[in-house]
Design a protein around this ligand. Structure first.
Ligand code: G16
Length: 544
């Protein structure tokens, strides 16, 4: 087999963000752009005898082209065994599972998650390590460093592989397995949840549901598991066919982008339960008849009821949440006498805690929930967990949520995003906040007294690595918080995220609309960061 060495020029913008390298498709289509980054990954990895690689993506535009390029560069770099989802498709949690199950060295996942797809939209690539989780920062920093001075890459001169036909293909000593993307994942889910019970309540219509796959990767997974295996009536999974442009929508499961589903759940036709997932299948949104469950509450409720699912019946070792996620799960952990960790935003920060069995469950406000079953957040897993809880408790979602609040109090929560802000303005806002936090502690603003103001820095308790500048925190004496961060996943300008949280112990106040309950904190946030004044915007781009 001929291996060609191609001369190339370095790009300066290949720094991975919160979750891999995400750019416009047009950026990835520049000469050698993808090849450079893939070579940078392989050249940065330590020598290993393990030559197995998993490859799959969410099916967005450029997925197939990228898969062919990656296979050829991987062959040239010594990989001999490939596990690839049919059609180049794998959900992110399924890819994580395959890396673990087949002891691969790692995997390349092609996705820009919840960002829109299509020739003029976004593409992304990330490397996951042998534990199945996203490469930690020491890896991604090494990829970036290599990419800045790359001069050549290696690529095998072989024909495109057949991505459509299940089974094995051989190119000399190279073994390529095209597998069904859903099979292994469905088996894993059956091992964690009570599928017999779920089959009974779902197929008999006792528990009605709607799942919106948003024309993204979870379509085939949800159709197989919810309809074929668990017996939900045909049509329970909507928008089930993955499309390269997600039907022109943002495959982002939140109240803004899964609007139709949200409207259904607040109408008289609402089923008992509804959920949606994102482009690559790792996020989830949970809804009940007449109620939206915030991701922070969802994590807390799953933790409090974990023993109801067979895979977690023997107990959980601990929990973790990203720093901007509400403190609801902390209250559950305290009551259950479990350790609770606060990590920076990014699933990669949970990996070490999961590997060391310090935690079993973890989650983020950004619609991500997961456990030690894989090393990614997992949308359908969260849906099945909720269905398992609903089936066991035989109560509506709204009752489970309100009773949870009665027991633990409610962390009223919302996030305001200002998208595509000029990067200089956004950086100026953060710099100005950094200045202000030096003197904020102890100051009073209306009913709120500031207890602390700092910039979050994280020391990983397992490997002691330090991650600085992970968001500005303003904490109040009553436990309320305002947090400011710049997103690490956007592809246009900068996205300022403002996270607002207020603790309410009084059950008579639990029905409040978050925007009303948080009104004073929202005003204070603007007073500190002045994003409206500086950008001329009148409201956030998205409220979740
Ligand atoms: C990624 C990360 C998550 C993070 C989210 C938002 O999710 O895996 O850990 O919470 O981005 O990050 P940011 O606030 O920096 O935009 P996904 O679903 O996009 O891969």
């Amino acid at each position: 087999m001929q291996i060609n060495t191609i001369q190339t020029q370095a790009y300066s913008d290949q720094k991975p963000g919160t979750s891999g390298l995400r750019k416009k498709v047009k950026v990835f289509q520049q000469a050698h752009y993808l090849a450079n980054f893939v070579q940078a990954i392989f050249s940065s990895l330590e020598e290993s005898d393990n030559k197995t690689l998993v490859i799959g993506g969410d099916g967005r535009y450029f997925n197939r082209t990228a898969t062919q390029i990656i296979v050829k560069i991987a062959i040239a770099n010594g990989f001999t065994d490939f596990i690839i989802g049919q059609g180049g498709l794998l959900s992110t949690p399924a890819a994580s599972h395959l890396i673990r199950k087949y002891n691969a060295l790692g995997g390349l996942i092609l996705s820009a998650s919840h960002n829109p797809g299509g020739p003029d939209e976004d593409f992304g690539i990330k490397y996951n390590i042998s534990n199945g989780g996203p490469a930690p920062e020491q890896y991604t920093n090494a990829f970036y460093d290599y990419s800045k001075s790359i001069t050549e890459y290696q690529i095998a001169d072989v024909a495109d592989i057949d991505l459509n036909t299940l089974g094995e293909q051989q190119i000399e000593n190279i073994n390529i397995r095209i597998i069904d993307p859903v099979d292994d994942y469905a088996d894993l889910m059956a091992s964690l949840f009570d599928f017999d019970l779920l089959k009974r309540v779902i197929s008999s219509g006792k528990l009605s549901l709607r799942f919106d796959a948003m024309h993204a990767i979870t379509g085939p997974y949800a159709s197989r598991i919810l309809e074929d295996i668990l017996g939900a009536p045909e049509g329970s999974v909507i928008n089930a066919t993955p499309l390269e442009d997600f039907g022109g929508h943002h495959p982002d499961p939140n109240l803004a982008h899964a609007k139709e589903l949200a409207e259904l759940m607040f109408s008289s036709d609402a089923p008992d339960f509804a959920a949606a997932s994102d482009g690559d299948g790792d996020r989830n949104m949970i809804l009940g008849n007449n109620i939206f469950v915030t991701p922070s509450d969802s994590l807390a409720i799953i933790a409090a009821n974990a023993q109801l699912a067979p895979g977690y019946a023997s107990g959980i070792s601990g929990v973790a949440r990203s720093m901007p996620t509400s403190q609801a799960v902390d209250r559950v952990a305290k009551a259950m006498n479990l350790p609770c960790f606060e990590t920076p935003t990014g699933w990669k920060f949970f990996g070490n805690l999961l590997d060391a069995d310090k935690i079993t469950l973890c989650g983020e406000e950004s619609f991500g929930t997961g456990s030690n079953h894989v090393r990614e957040k997992d949308g359908l897993w969260a849906v099945l967990f909720w269905l398992n809880i609903l089936a066991k408790k035989a109560q509506p979602v709204s009752q489970i949520v309100t009773e949870h609040w009665q027991q633990y109090g409610r962390d009223i929560y919302c996030r305001h995003d200002y998208e595509a802000v000029d990067s200089d303005i956004a950086n100026g806002i953060m710099d100005h906040l950094r200045e202000q936090i030096k003197t904020l502690a102890g100051q009073e603003f209306g009913q709120y007294t500031i207890q602390y103001a700092d910039e979050f820095s994280y020391t990983d308790p397992i490997d002691n690595s330090i991650s600085k500048q992970q968001g500005i925190r303003i904490g109040f004496a009553d436990g309320s918080r305002i947090i400011f961060r710049l997103s690490g996943t956007g592809t246009v300008g900068a996205t300022l995220r403002i996270y607002l949280e207020k603790y309410e112990a009084d059950a008579t106040q639990h029905k409040q609309d978050p925007q009303d309950a948080l009104a004073e904190l929202i005003k204070l946030a603007e007073q500190f960061c002045q994003v409206k004044k500086l950008t001329g915007r009148v409201e956030p781009t998205v409220i979740t």
